[in-house]
Design a protein around this ligand. Structure first.
Ligand code: DAH
Length: 330
């Protein structure tokens, strides 16, 4: 039996295999079920009895040697296949993926929404392109009211009935038209005014409206709710106060001031933050709610104003410039 020359030929082919496919091929040729080396085993039976043990041992040793060579070459080739084709400098610094973050106005809005959700309020939505009826008439704001002046409002057509909503209060009407009481909603959204941009004004800004309608709702409910939300938003030591005011869709109406470390830092004890009041009976009549049965409160405030106070921002226009050097800070 020619074991040694066969083994040498097999070793040469296994260790010389150029890639994994060639190696598998060589494995089949020599060590597979029909391989040339396997055939030697089968010839053992044909040898004289006294020669068989020595030959068997030699074949086994050779086979172990071939299998060792096979797995060594496989290791080498697998490593080679896993390595990059191009030269790579592994000492280069890694590529960082920069994480984005929410816009400060979105953060403030989400915080406010989260507080109201705890009280069972749902988020409602309405169109930014409104009609005069929902923006003004249904809110008991008559045709000769200065808020409806073309100086104050963006009208979209010559007939002057389609306009960009000047406040989120229009959504009060839209929701009440569709839904029977009780109502418990908040409405974050974009609003429009014909203002020239300056440090505290922008023709586009954001408000949050709140509306609560049920039996026996009082100013106490309104004040308690506003106090809870502002404490959550601006800190436990925040105080609020109501000042009498006028809005045509609420009676009585109030302006809400708040006081906290933030206002004192701005050199003021109290800062005006929102408008609110008890929903006017005429508004209920417009949407078909019986004012003898239903009572409610509403409020509205500007999100930018709260964000400016909270983060100590002195120019409203910074919110809209999309300058990452500004946005990255929140
Ligand atoms: N719509 C008012 C504004 O834009 C804010 C407001 C005041 C909303 C009183 C209300 C309210 O719901 O009851 O200035």
């Amino acid at each position: 039996m020619e074991i040694e020359p066969l083994k040498q030929a097999a070793l040469a082919e296994l260790t010389g295999a150029a890639d994994l496919a060639a190696l598998e091929q060589a494995k089949g040729t020599w060590l597979g079920p029909h391989g040339k080396f396997t055939a030697l085993m089968k010839q053992l039976g044909g040898l004289p009895k006294e020669e068989r043990p020595a030959a068997g041992k030699q074949i086994n040793l050779a086979k172990i040697e071939l299998e060792t060579a096979l797995s060594a070459r496989r290791g080498e080739l697998e490593l080679k296949a896993a390595l990059p084709k191009e030269r790579t400098d592994f000492t280069l610094p890694g590529r960082r993926r920069t994480l984005g973050q929410l816009h400060p106005l979105t953060q403030v809005t989400e915080d406010i929404v989260r507080s109201f959700r705890k009280l069972g309020f749902a988020v409602a939505d309405g169109p930014e392109i409104e009609d005069e009826y929902h923006c003004f008439d249904a809110l008991n704001t008559p045709a000769d009211h200065p808020a409806r002046d073309a100086q104050d409002t963006f009208y979209l057509s010559a007939e002057e009935t389609a306009l960009l909503r000047t406040h989120t209060s229009s959504v009060q009407i839209r929701v009440m038209e569709k839904q029977r009481p009780p109502v418990r909603i908040i409405v974050p959204g974009r609003v429009y005014r014909r203002d020239n941009p300056d440090a505290t004004h922008n023709p586009t800004f954001h408000q949050i409206e709140g509306l609560y309608v049920d039996r026996g709702v009082t100013v106490g409910d309104l004040k308690g709710t506003v106090e809870f939300v502002f404490k959550q938003l601006l800190g436990e030591e925040t105080k609020i106060r109501f000042r009498p005011h006028y809005f045509s869709y609420t009676e009585p109406s109030f302006e809400i001031d708040f006081s906290s470390a933030l206002t004192r830092k701005m050199g003021k004890e109290w800062l005006e933050i929102a408008g609110c009041g008890m929903v006017h009976p005429l508004v209920f009549e417009k949407v078909g709610y019986d004012p003898e049965i239903w009572t409610g409160w509403a409020f509205g405030f500007g999100i930018e104003r709260i964000a400016m106070i909270r983060y100590n921002i002195n120019d409203i226009r910074l919110f809209y410039e999309n300058d990452v050097r500004f946005l990255r800070q929140f």
